[in-house]
Design a protein around this ligand. Sequence first.
Ligand SMILES: Nc1nc2c(c(=O)[nH]1)N[C@H]1C(S)=C(S)[C@@H](COP(=O)(O)O)O[C@H]1N2
Ligand SMILES: [Mo]
Length: 394
Amino acid sequence: MNIQTQVKRRHFLIGSAGTMAAAAVGGSVTAQNATDPLPEYVAWKDPDDFIIHSKQTLETKRAVQGTELITPSDELYIRNNLPAPSEDIVADRDTWEIEINGVANPGKMTVGDMKTLGVETVVCVLQCSGNGRAFFDHETSGSQWSVGAAGNVVWTGVPVRAVIEAMGGADADAVFLTGTGGEEIPDGLPPETIQVERSVPKAAMDQAILAWEMNGEPLPLAHGGPLRLVIPGYYGVNNVKYIKRLAMTVEESPNKIQQTSYRVRPVGEKGDPSQPSMYEMVVKSWITGPLMDAATGKVQIHGVAMGGVSGLDKIEVSTDGGQNWAEAQFLGPDLGPYAWRPFVMITELSEGTHMLASRATNEAGDSQPETFPPNERGYGNNGWRAHAVDVTVS
Ligand SMILES: Nc1nc2c(c(=O)[nH]1)N[C@H]1C(S)=C(S)[C@@H](COP(=O)(O)O)O[C@H]1N2
Ligand SMILES: [Mo]
């Protein structure tokens, strides 16, 4: 049996339990067979590139990530808490209007207006808070992501600070930058229970942009077009898609997704606002090949590494389950502190089973721990052991 069968089997077991639990509470998760066509809004993606957890949850396959410097848009994972809005909202992109509050001159601004204020390009990892959740031993509700709820993306848009300045500057007492998603909330449901609205510390304004372009093309609806808030270095959920309101606020959003969801707490405890919110990402890496059996002799071990909110210092690889480590090489250019870097190491593997692991260290001096402590929702896993792969060489 090769590693892929083992991993799949484990994920299948955990995954089906998770899906059933989610369906039981929310009723909104629809199990999807891999043979079903992809839903309309993501029909331009290739189902073979993904593990399809649900219509709103597509995970990029580990092998597909390979040594890609930039994740092509059609390979990027998808995570929607609510059904995506209609394609109509990207029909005339420059007329998309967002409301801006918590500034000296509150009002509305269109994407067309924003394009005259300034433009920046930033490369950053987009990663779901639950990426790596499937590797925890305890039972977690939520999508059983392994490594594929992450990609490295080129975003282009206007710096948030330019927009805030154009509106006369932020209110002096503002503490947070709050973005609201443009999904329609079904009648009868209190918006605060399901609306995607996230608040991040206002210091994130230093790097935040409102993006209309992804990987050099107009931002696809599925990834938040016509306009998306991008907070480089912050977990996926803070990167609000189809943003319709941006506000400098004194308080965090009262919505569930801010108050009690995405909170790190011990296993068995409920979420509450006193617990840490999923904001800044941490140093992390994983091997993307080989994942299956290999032949004896020389092999190329490769993967991807990210520093979180700091650049990468080094990446090490172990072929013996973490007893010995050797430095691997980064491949291609360094695209900044928020981007990931592919890495490779060419080595010789003898006959037998080898546990291949990778461990990244960032410029701040943080290294991946051997094991990341379990937490109720399975957020933030960057333990190197859980991300290792067993490869049998014969
Ligand atoms: N408006 C809106 N923004 C959203 C979401 C959403 O459901 N609605 N999901 C969030 C979560 S949890 C993640 S991980 C990322 C996923 O982005 P992607 O689908 O472009 O990969 O978007 C975030 N922004
Ligand atoms: Mo997410």
